[in-house]
Design a binder for this molecule. Structure first.
Ligand code: DLL
Length: 433
């Protein structure tokens, strides 16, 4: 049976959704014009005023915002409400350059938690569930967002935060947890540990997992589902737009419904910035039409994916986004060829490896080198050189046909690559170091 948190909105007709969006967009553009001088200046530079925005059809006239704008306006330059009305901030991990910070009024927190509650109910969650949240708590939005959503659904919420894997397993067992929320790479790590401790899928009380915050392949989903005996649902979001719950998967497990009453999605060509027709792949751009404190308009996510409006079996009508292939800034250009880490992951998992791998890129004698280091699973581990060479050759061939370029493959002993408790670091690009 399908559960909805807000059925009247999640299953509204496309006309109804469009009319909600039109009304909120017009209001939001006015709000930003009046309260965010940084964005007003951008609008003035383009020669437009709020009067030019009468509906979603006019969205394309508005200027974009990017991470650079957030850094330039750090920390308070994009605030849409006086500080005294803001009740929370969160921040991205900021691996490059200055951290990005986002702010919330109580209204913003409520909307965000509603989105997370929708995601939990779409994964089959109800007030009977015990929901263990193993996303990091703190500045990262994963823990706080799903914590709020879990409360709204009425689950017994276990705020485990990330790390301490054996304690996670103890609580899952002792409390009979039924829903697990964490990054897919941490879910894979937990699966591995459960297996080592001798648990089969039927011994584990979990029934669903809500995994996101990083790109993960369909093959990785299958592995986690089989090992834990659960259904694994994808969830997407970013700090700038609130956090997790901007989009989430339903029982169809085939793309994530975007919460269109709060976010308008567009796909653009990242080079020309032109809006692309539905179904084409490009960069995802969001306009947050409800957020007060941090009202992002046409925010360029750098995530590459597609949108589809095909009818969904779950009954939800909101547009779906495909699994992002990765970020445009994750895309590696190796000897002139575009390579996404997710393509490499697909090849590895299709060959029976687990998602314990690292991609090392370097430049030697003016030529880019690609070294894919992947752990053998305990079952395939051997010191028979002939066997290892055969396995390596198979991967080199499969990677060549997926990527179009030759990679070096290094098979590693089990447990030699560090496990991740949050977002996994898959790529080491020594050309940039
Ligand atoms: O990762 C928010 C989040 C927390 C989402 C928990 C889901 C679950 P940031 O740290 O700001 O926020 O990172 C946002 O992570 O632009 C994507 O590149 C990536 N990302 C998030 N979810 C997914 C996903 C959180 N399901 C950035 N698949 C985004 C692929 C994802 N990439």
């Amino acid at each position: 049976m399908e559960h909805y948190f807000q059925k009247e909105i999640e299953c509204a007709s496309q006309e109804e959704i469009r009319s909600i969006q039109n009304e909120k967009l017009v209001k939001q553009v006015k709000h930003v014009w009046e309260n965010v001088p940084y964005y007003r200046k951008k609008m003035e530079e383009k020669g437009i005023t709020p009067d030019d925005i009468k509906s979603v059809d006019d969205l394309h006239k508005l200027p974009f915002l990017s991470k650079k704008d957030l850094r330039d306006a750090y920390p308070y330059g994009l605030l849409g409400k006086p500080l005294k009305e803001c009740v929370r901030m969160h921040s991205t991990s900021g691996t490059t350059g200055k951290r990005v910070v986002a702010f919330y009024t109580q209204h913003d927190i409520d909307l965000w938690e509603d989105c997370c509650a929708r995601a939990i109910m779409a994964a089959g969650g109800t007030d009977e569930d015990v929901c263990q949240i193993a996303y990091g708590y703190g500045l990262f939005t994963g823990g706080a967002g799903l914590n709020g959503g879990s409360h709204k659904v009425g689950c017994l919420t276990v705020p485990a935060s990330s790390g301490n894997t054996d304690r996670q397993i103890m609580f899952i067992n002792d409390l009979s947890a039924t829903i697990l929320c964490c990054t897919p790479s941490y879910a894979a790590y937990l699966s591995e540990r459960f297996k080592e401790l001798g648990y089969g899928p039927d011994d584990i009380t979990l029934k669903a997992g809500i995994f996101g915050a990083e790109a993960w392949s369909e093959e990785m989903r299958q592995d986690i589902q089989n090992t834990l005996g659960i259904k694994a649902y994808d969830i997407y979001g970013l700090t700038e737009l609130s956090g997790p719950g901007v989009a989430f998967e339903c029982s169809a497990q085939d793309g994530m419904h975007i919460n269109e009453d709060h976010f308008i999605a567009e796909i653009i060509d990242p080079e020309t910035e032109e809006v692309l027709p539905e179904g084409e792949q490009g960069e995802l751009v969001f306009t947050a039409i409800d957020k007060e404190a941090f009202p992002m308009i046409r925010y360029r996510t750098r995530d590459i994916c597609k949108l589809t409006r095909e009818k969904c079996s779950c009954g939800r009508t909101h547009v779906k986004m495909a699994k992002p292939m990765g970020r445009s800034d994750d895309m590696l250009i190796i000897r002139g060829v575009n390579v996404f880490p997710s393509q490499i992951e697909t090849v590895l998992l299709n060959n029976g490896y687990a998602a314990n791998y690292q991609i090392v890129v370097d430049r030697k004698n003016n030529t880019d080198t690609l070294d894919v280091q992947v752990e053998m699973t305990p079952e395939m581990f051997t010191d028979n050189v002939g066997e290892i060479e055969e396995r390596q050759k198979k991967l080199v061939d499969d990677l060549k046909s997926m990527l179009g370029i030759k990679a070096k493959v290094s098979l590693m002993t089990p447990k030699s690559i560090a496990r991740s408790e949050g977002k996994a670091v898959r790529v080491i690009d020594k050309r940039k170091i």
